[in-house]
Write a protein that binds this ligand. Structure first.
Ligand code: DX5
Ligand code: ZN
Length: 221
């Protein structure tokens, strides 16, 4: 069976000691690091650019980095993040003028290409491009902030996306992002996800014992 990936979102890490926090969460068992890029345009918040990723790579972050672009337009930043050390680059179809071209750009830069689907975005928008996608990132909150509550309607969407992937015999990773907790990660995995992004559940708990949270999450799967 494929390993279920636990992907901490560093949006909830301490920005004053980001490198240290990431090293700690990697030794606590993180499989991939999720890097949320917000532009105060596509979403009402502002976070990190490629220079920050580049600095983290130089600091010694070696595991895969999953860049989630919540920016509009997307294309210029694709090249910048690939150069800064992204492994996976995901964008929102609503933010790209030419979705197929943006996917192609990501692949030409030797990164895996992902499409992020907002809670109200239909899976129908995958119809003509699903074979060009490596990752489907199902948003279980409206993008823009960490610490929001999981929207329960996402469970049905996970099942539907899983069905589409399996029926077409595709090797697509199904990631869920937003409001993931120890309480709901079991049902997220059970519904058919391959990976869960978790920010506040890992970084904001009281004792900051990342290893304990990550292994408790694994026990729920
Ligand atoms: C939301 C971001 C998420 C967020 C998850 O716009 O894309 O990755 O950081 O944080 P939690 O797990 O706190 O919802
Ligand atoms: Zn994200």
């Amino acid at each position: 069976m494929k390993k279920f990936l636990i992907i901490p979102s560093i949006l909830s890490a301490n920005f004053a000691r980001l490198g240290e926090d990431i090293v700690r969460v990697i030794s606590a068992g993180a499989d991939v690091i999720h890097f949320d890029v917000m532009d105060n345009h596509y979403v009402p918040n502002l976070t990190m650019g490629p220079m920050v990723l580049n600095a983290l790579r130089e600091y010694g972050i070696t595991i895969p980095v999953d860049v989630h672009l919540m920016v509009k337009p997307v294309d210029k930043l694709i090249a910048d993040f690939a150069a800064a050390g992204a492994n996976y680059i995901t964008f929102h179809p609503e933010a790209s003028e030419h979705i197929e071209r943006s996917l192609q750009m990501i692949k030409e830069l030797n990164c895996q290409a992902g499409l992020a689907m907002n809670p109200a975005t239909s899976l129908y928008c995958l119809e003509y491009i699903i074979d060009k996608v490596d990752i489907i990132l199902l948003m279980s909150v409206n993008p823009g902030f960490g610490g929001q509550s999981f929207l329960p309607m996402t469970l049905k969407k996970i099942q539907q996306a899983r069905k589409i992937i399996d029926q077409n015999n595709l090797n697509i990773r199904l990631e869920v992002d937003g409001g993931v907790t120890l309480e709901n990660i079991g049902s997220i995995a059970h519904a058919g996800a391959d990976a869960a992004v978790a920010g506040s559940a890992i970084f904001c708990q009281n004792k900051q014992n990342y290893a304990a949270v990550i292994s408790a999450m694994r026990n729920e799967i």
